[in-house]
Structures are given as C-alpha cells and as structure tokens.
Design a protein around this ligand. Structure first.
Ligand code: FAD
Length: 511
C-alpha cells in the first residue's frame, strides 16, 4: 500500500471540507482523498448519498465500509480518483495482494496461520500452497467471476496454464502418472506428491467462489478419467491420458440418468455386442453430466446382458449434448446426453464385461473426499465474510458484532468449519498411509460420514450467513456476492457423488 500513497500530496482536512457540491466534491476514505466531482453523477447509488453532510467533504470511511467491499477501491477507475492523503494521517486498511494469507481470524485453516503448528503439512505442501494461491488470485479468480456471469467456459488461457503446470495430472491424486514431472514449476516433485498436496490444491481452487465455474474446470475429468487410468488397455489408455492431461481433450463421467441417480444399478442405457464381438452399440440417455457440453470423451455406464459395463465413448455420430440449466452457471457445462446407435470398438470397454459396478464404485471415495475438501474451504470463506461484515456493518449505531445473537451464530459457524477441517486432515493422513484397497475397506464409511457432515454444516452455515447479511445475501453483486453464490449452490454437494442421506446410511451399514 505504501507504494500507492507515497506520491500523493498532503491535504489538510479543512481543505477537503470545502468541496461539498455537485461538480466540486471531495471525500475521504481511510485517509485518502478522492475527487468525486465528475464521478458523482455516475455513482451507482446516485449522487444524493454522496452529497449527504456526513459524506461530502468528510471522512466517510465508516459509511463507505458499511456498504462496500474493500477490493472495489483497488479498481483502476477508482484509483484514478485519488488526489491526496489527509495531512498527518496514514491509511489503516491494507488491501490484500495476490498470494496473501487472510488476516481475518479463522479465515485460513490453522496450518496456514503462523501461530499454529501442524503434524501434517511439510515444506513442499507450503510451497505448493503459495504457488496455487497466486495462480488462483491472479488467473483463476478473475476468469471465474467473469465466466460465472457470462455462462461461458473457462478461458483458453486458464485451461492452458492448468495443463502447463500439470494441475490436471495432480487432480487425479498421487501416483506414477506424476513421477518425473515438474509440478507447478517445481513447487513439489511428482514422487513426493501425496493427498495433502491434493488437499491443498482442491482447497485453493475453491477460493474462486464460483461453484459453476469450478465444476466446469475439468471436475468431470476428476471423476471421468480414473476409469480410463485404472481399466483401459494400451494404447488407448496412454493416448487418452496424454490428451486430457495436456488439455487437448475433455472427458466427463456419464452414469446418472433420469431414472437412475442414487440407484446406479437401475440405469437403462444399453450396450449390445455385435456378433463378431468387435463392436458395441450404445443407446440411451444420461442426465446432469458435469462438463458434458465441453467433452470429447464420455465414460459411460450401460446395461449389458449380465449386468453393467463401462465404455469410453468419443463424441461422434449419434452423440448429442444439450445444456441443462441448473441453479448455478452454465459455465459448468451440465449436459443431457443422447446416445443414438453409437458404435464403439470393443477396445473401448473399461474393465470386464458385466463388471462395471466395481469400475464405477472404485472411484467414489476419492470423488467424495475431493468434495469434502471443497465444501470445507468454501464454508470457511463464508465464515470469513461474516466476520468481516459483522465488524463493518453498523446498525442501531453499533457494529453487528456488538449483538450477542450475531456472535452466537458466528461461534457455531466457526466450530463447524474447524471440526470439519480437522476431521478432513485426519482422514487425509489415513489415506496417505493406506493402499487404495485398504482405503476402500477402511475409509468408505468415514469419508461418507465426513461428506454428510460437511454438507449439513454447509447448509447451516449458509442459513446463518444469509441472516447475518440480510438483503445483501440475495444480491448477486457487492458485499454479499459470495454469500449469495454459496446459498444458491452449497446444496449441490449434498446431492452429487452420493446424496447426504444415502451416505449416512452407507456409513452405518459399513459399520
Ligand atoms: C449439477 C449436477 C451435476 C451432476 N454431475 C454428474 C456427473 O458428472 N455424472 C453423473 O453420472 N452424474 C451426475 N450428477 C447426478 C448425481 O450423481 C445424482 O443427481 C445423484 O446421484 C442423485 O440422484 P437423483 O438426483 O436421481 O436423486 P434420487 O436418486 O432420485 O434420490 C433423491 C433423494 O432421495 C433420497 N434417497 C435416494 N435413495 C436413498 C436411499 N437408499 N436411502 C436414503 N435416501 C435415499 C436422497 O435424499 C436423494 O437426494 C449430477 C447431478 C447434478 C444435480
């Protein structure tokens, strides 16, 4: 901030007080003097509020922060309005820069807060976190906010940068596919990469606060590529992995249908084998397929004579995708898919004929754990926003935080995010110390409960946040925009990847 104020001239406060009229209007916010003479007429809230005797020619810091996000003043059009700094004063508010750690209490998990220690996070986790935070702040966040609004897919620049930094590879979790690769310019070695590194990148990506964009950002790959990785035969396997990791091609998982969501075994899409056994013909529909609108490949579950089989289906003749409009943005590319006599070669079968249920189930733990990482981090951002707003917003002459009922809500919210993160880290540690098979046997129930709890807590946090923000919680721009986004989209996690009730039941049955 010092760099932004050092060239400003010093202006006495009583000089500012002389400029109080339309066409000659100065205002002080956090010691900086802004000339609003021309801007006044363009002020979104109207010129009237700027001519108020508490604002015009005055220190309007409290009034300003009772209504606006601090980032707004960093925009070039407002930076240009700065004409000086009040004589003898210094700005108190330090705007955050790309890569910064939040200074709001509970705004970061404890392992990122200097005062606290963690047994889990090592130097390479911290290096990856630093690199990811800058990547998200500088590149992902602005693109996410723009696309969430326009409904367009993530920009080419972002998709290319993700591939170049090997983010697509990392999102599949630890394994040989990372060995020998430079991850985020060397922040971590492929051989060292573990589930805590993956937790870091999942949680940093969630800071974009744009759920539809986040899902459109290759989330379909996280669930659609593992069946290819684990079950496809060479040379198909290497070809598809290379194409998807490098960002040339997009893949999604197409299991759910109008008649088969939780009940995967009830799906009705069929696959019929040709007499010579060389080709399969696929007919049917799929619903709610994340990233389906952008996909070149679909990992498809279909009914076969003796059960269920999974196929890799390239986009081509007979494949049609239509956008489903959900309560989040169309940037997610959520699709309704029709397969009309689609022919695929037998080599595209993933796993054994009639053995598809195992192929589908084998990835559920990882998918659910990824969702827990994201849900825990998004909930934390909401708590941070509420703490900031509680201090900024004045009602009945006091900040909101002066009301015991608001503090009580915050106490419950903080306890929920801290408990969820602690359990998530504990489960992540177990994942780091178990084979994939052991994870399936020992952690399916724990992860199911964690997901159930994360999404229930997210719902409760959302309700409290809406109450704390009032009308701003249902306004898509301004102070409450993150709350508005969260209350509209937090429920997605309670449905996808195993509905909340189904997971609770699964955990108890496993026990
Ligand atoms: C935005 C979005 C994106 C999605 N992305 C994908 C994707 O990429 N690929 C894909 O294949 N699918 C995807 N899905 C589908 C998702 O997996 C299903 O919506 C989910 O499995 C639930 O199925 P359903 O919606 O048909 O609900 P149903 O199966 O009809 O269930 C409705 C409700 O009934 C309750 N319930 C059902 N069964 C039980 C039970 N046994 N015990 C207790 N309660 C039960 C649950 O509360 C559940 O929420 C997506 C869905 C959405 C909304």
């Amino acid at each position: 901030m010092a760099a932004q104020t050092e060239n400003l001239k010093s202006i006495p406060k009583d000089e500012v007080a002389k400029h109080t009229k339309q066409g000659d209007l100065w205002v002080i916010v956090d010691s900086i003097v802004y000339d609003l003479s021309k801007f006044g007429a363009m002020h979104p809230g109207g010129i009237g509020v700027l001519l108020d005797p508490e604002v015009a020619g005055q220190d309007a810091t409290t009034v300003f922060y009772g209504l606006h996000r601090s980032e707004i003043l960093q925009k070039p059009q407002y930076q240009r309005l700065k004409i000086g700094i009040v004589e003898g004063q210094k700005p108190r508010i330090k705007p955050s820069l790309p890569g910064d750690i939040s200074r709001v209490p509970y705004g970061e998990p404890t392992w990122l807060t200097p005062e606290y220690k963690s047994p889990y996070f090592k130097e390479s986790h911290r290096a990856l976190q630093k690199a990811m935070r800058i990547f998200v702040d500088e590149l992902l966040y602005p693109d996410a906010q723009a696309c969430e609004e326009s409904g367009k897919r993530a920009s080419k620049e972002v998709l290319q940068a993700m591939a170049e930094n090997n983010l697509n590879r990392m999102r599949l979790g630890p394994g040989k596919h990372l060995h020998g690769h430079q991850l985020f310019g060397g922040a971590v070695k492929g051989e060292e990469f573990d589930y805590f590194h993956e937790l870091v990148l999942n949680q940093e990506i969630s800071r974009i606060n744009a759920r539809g964009y986040g899902d459109g950002l290759n989330a379909g790959m996280v669930i659609g590529l593992p069946p290819v990785w684990n079950f496809a035969k060479e040379p198909l396997r290497s070809k598809v992995l290379d194409e998807v990791f490098s960002g040339q091609k997009v893949i999604s998982l197409a299991i759910s249908e109008a008649f088969a969501g939780s009940d995967v075994a009830g799906l009705r899409t069929t696959a019929t084998k040709s007499e010579d056994g060389k080709t399969w013909t696929i007919n049917g529909t799929k619903k709610w397929i994340t990233g389906g609108m952008h996909s070149d490949y679909f990992t498809v579950g279909a009914k076969t004579e003796g059960g269920l089989t999974v196929f890799l289906v390239p986009r081509g003749e007979g494949v049609e995708t239509k956008q489903i409009k959900t309560s989040y943005s169309t940037t997610a590319g959520t699709a309704y898919i029709t397969f009309d006599n689609v022919k695929v070669p037998a080599e595209n079968m993933l796993g054994p004929e009639d053995g598809g249920l195992l192929v589908i189930l084998s990835n559920f733990n990882h998918e659910r754990w990824v969702m827990c990482c994201a849900s825990a981090r998004s909930s934390r951002t909401i708590v941070e926003e509420c703490l900031k707003w509680g201090a900024q917003r004045f009602v009945f002459g006091k900040p909101l935080l002066a009301q015991a009922v608001i503090r009580h809500k915050l106490a419950a919210m903080i306890a929920k995010v801290e408990a969820t993160q602690a359990w998530l880290e504990q489960i992540t540690y177990q994942m780091c110390n178990m084979s994939y098979k052991e994870q399936s046997r020992n952690l399916a129930g724990q992860i199911a409960f964690l997901k159930m709890q994360s999404t229930r807590f997210a719902g409760e946090i959302s309700d409290d946040a809406v109450q704390i923000f009032g009308g701003r919680a249902i306004t898509r721009t301004g102070m409450g925009k993150f709350i508005e986004q969260f209350q509209r989209t937090q429920k997605f996690d309670a449905i996808l990847g195993g509905a909340e009730d189904v997971l609770g039941d699964l955990g108890v049955r496993q026990a």
